[in-house]
Design a binder for this molecule. Sequence first.
Ligand code: SF4
Ligand code: SF4
Length: 425
Amino acid sequence: MSLEEYERDMTRCSRCSYCKFVPHVKWKNWDTAAVCPSISRYHFHSWAAGGKMITGLALLRGRIDYSDTLLDIVYQCCMDGACDVSCKNQRDLEPLEMMLALRAKLVEDGQLHPAHMVAIDGLKKEDNMLQQKKSDRGRWAEGLDVKDLTKEKADVLYHAGCRLSFDEELWDISRGAIAVMKKAGVDVGIMGKDEVCCGGRAYEMGYQGELTKYAEHNLDVWKNAGVKTVVTSCAEGYQAFKVLYDKIGKKPPVKILHITEFIEQLIEEGTLKLENEVPMTVTYHDPCHLGRLAEPWIHWEGVEKKVMGQMIVHDPPKTYRRGANGVYDAPRNILQSIPGVKLVEMDRIREYAWCCGAGGGVIDAYPDFAQWTANERLKEAEGTGAEAIVSACSWCERNFLDTVKENGNSIQVLDIIQLVQKALV
Ligand code: SF4
Ligand code: SF4
């Protein structure tokens, strides 16, 4: 939708500032009451979702011009949607959708962030978000006994994603996912060097056409490969395939599962047995793209009506995505199935989880802000007494690992698959 279509939301923003916080009734501690990295770091209302509502409206009505500050306000934002959940649960507005439309307008008007341009140029040339050669995309799987779906058939397609295809320090995660599936007897294959990006990160940066392009490509590839299920370890890819493709009218005709959902299913069926003792206290970080942003898309068509000259109602009634229906239980159920693992929770979890800082192109454009945000989360994790922060998203893990290296935090950073592998006999 265009920015014009959010004019009503922008005018209805009441400047209440709920979007800066976890709802008051859920507060556990003043230090963990905040939910928006952008306002918490930059301390000026324009950086909050409500401030971006005002900025978007002023831009739309021609009251302000583009400036470097305006670009910082828009791009110094993780697009993690915590503000959106807080606002919707109290005011029923959709600031995240407005911010996506605002970024798309900036891109359309040529107001680009240089780091995003580098990422998008790389994407257009090499089909990945890491500016790597597409011919190297399958290297992560060298030596693995896994089917090549460009030549043979399999029931399940494993999509590694850009980060797990090229970030060698994280290859244990994609290789581990294949090993776990093979151990459970899953008929799995990969596209290797022919795998391409999901288009989701480009969409969040404001380059919405890239999502359509990659959605059409991926849907064709899956159809030709004859797969029924696509499994991915990339939370961003999962959200793009399951939610964004549906949002733009390209709902995949195959089952989309995150690796945590698939493993939970294998454990329940009894095909995967986690029997080794892993004596460890861990805390779990909900990735935004697996949690609140992964809630299924709800299509709505209707009109807004004013009742008694004041109240806005939707006809037919509109159902909002309020963040509670993301993937929260599968990773926790897996952790609790591992003998010896003790799960301790942070204050901000599930739909109110604090972002890792890597989303929305922030890790590309403002690495210091990305690491500041990650460090806030690592401090929260350390406060639980856990030895490790476990997650299920390679972008979160990359940002946490870089931050630990920079700041010397004491906590380990692990992907859930690494614990699952330790528990396998
Ligand atoms: S965006 Fe929503 S929560 Fe934030 S100030 Fe506006 S109405 Fe309040
Ligand atoms: S998306 Fe995240 S960083 Fe951006 S305004 Fe919302 S809560 Fe703040």
